[in-house]
Design a protein around this ligand. Structure first.
Ligand SMILES: C[S@@+](CC[C@H](N)C(=O)[O-])C[C@H]1O[C@@H](n2cnc3c(N)ncnc32)[C@H](O)[C@@H]1O
Length: 276
């Protein structure tokens, strides 16, 4: 994994696409007859998966024909869902080349490549013109980004006036050190958690008007309690699940995140901001 930055080294597992294909064939499915919805168990890499994306997207006012930016799109689950549900075009950028390559192939599987474009890119340095997008979202990405003001300044620059920017991130909730590894970082060197108030101040400093801040702690705790119950009953993860993106220590990462949530150290939050 030479030439990768620390973020990419954390996320890349080397065999994501073949692991996803193997899991599909274990279920008797082939990649030739899948819908966007069929992929949601594996391609929505954030607390609450598809349910959480729906909750966020309902607040963004995405319309048919809109061109939306997904910052840190991962393997493209949120981007495909937004395009499929709302008839939008979505451009997703992500630092992890393996995710982008897998996501592009998955776009082909479900026949959505004409409306979902995935590219390697860094959220702190967007290669798009000013006032280019009708809206933007980011889900579970900025925990990895130290320079959030730079991301907010870039998002502000590339959005049209009146456009909405939706954020769904894990944020600092209470005082105390969190347990590592977690799904977004192996240790503290790539984890830059900030409070919701911190996000709001930095979004406002970038020029955004913050319209909503939603504490999703209870939702996150409830979600993981159900995940843990299912793991116990089934004796392990389902063949087709998010552990395929998290490498060999997926179980430890999920258990630590669950403990950090239950102890009130972290919480998922939504923030809805608008460029005036
Ligand atoms: C937990 S995953 C979430 C992926 C996707 N948003 C989702 O919800 O399914 C975090 C993603 O953020 C990406 N990432 C982290 N820092 C980034 C940056 N500065 N620019 C672009 N992508 C970044 C990682 O490569 C990884 O794919």
């Amino acid at each position: 994994m030479n030439g990768m930055n620390e973020i990419e080294r954390h996320y890349a597992v080397g065999n994501i696409l073949s692991a996803i294909k193997d899991a599909l064939s274990a279920l008797g499915r082939s990649e030739n007859n899948l819908s966007v919805d069929d992929l949601s168990a594996v391609d929505e890499f954030h607390i609450g998966g598809r349910i959480a994306s729906e909750h966020l997207f309902k607040q963004l006012g995405i319309g048919a024909g809109d061109h939306i930016l997904d910052l840190g799109a991962g393997i493209g689950g949120g981007a495909r869902f937004a395009a499929d549900r709302y008839g939008a075009s979505v451009t997703g950028i992500d630092l992890t080349a393996e995710y982008v390559e897998a996501g592009r192939e998955m776009n082909e599987w479900v026949g959505i490549s004409d409306r979902v474009e995935l590219r390697v890119g860094d959220a702190i340095d967007l290669k798009f013109p000013d006032e280019f997008f009708d809206g933007a979202f980011t889900m579970h990405v900025l925990m990895n980004v130290k320079d959030k003001p730079k991301v907010f300044a870039e998002a502000y620059r590339v959005l049209k006036p009146g456009a909405v920017f939706g954020i769904y991130d894990v944020m600092k909730y209470g005082e105390g050190d969190i347990r590592f590894p977690v799904p977004w970082a192996t240790d503290g060197s790539a984890s830059f958690l900030a409070t919701a108030n911190g996000y709001v101040s930095e979004l406002e400093a970038a020029g955004f008007t913050v319209e909503a801040v939603n504490d999703r702690h209870e939702f996150g705790v409830g979600f993981f309690k159900k995940v843990m119950e299912r793991l116990k009953t089934a004796g392990g993860p389902p063949a087709f699940g998010l552990h395929l993106l998290m490498g060999s220590n997926a179980k430890e990462k999920v258990e630590n995140l669950t403990a950090n949530l239950i102890e009130g150290l972290v919480a998922p939050y939504e923030i809805i901001a608008r460029k005036p």
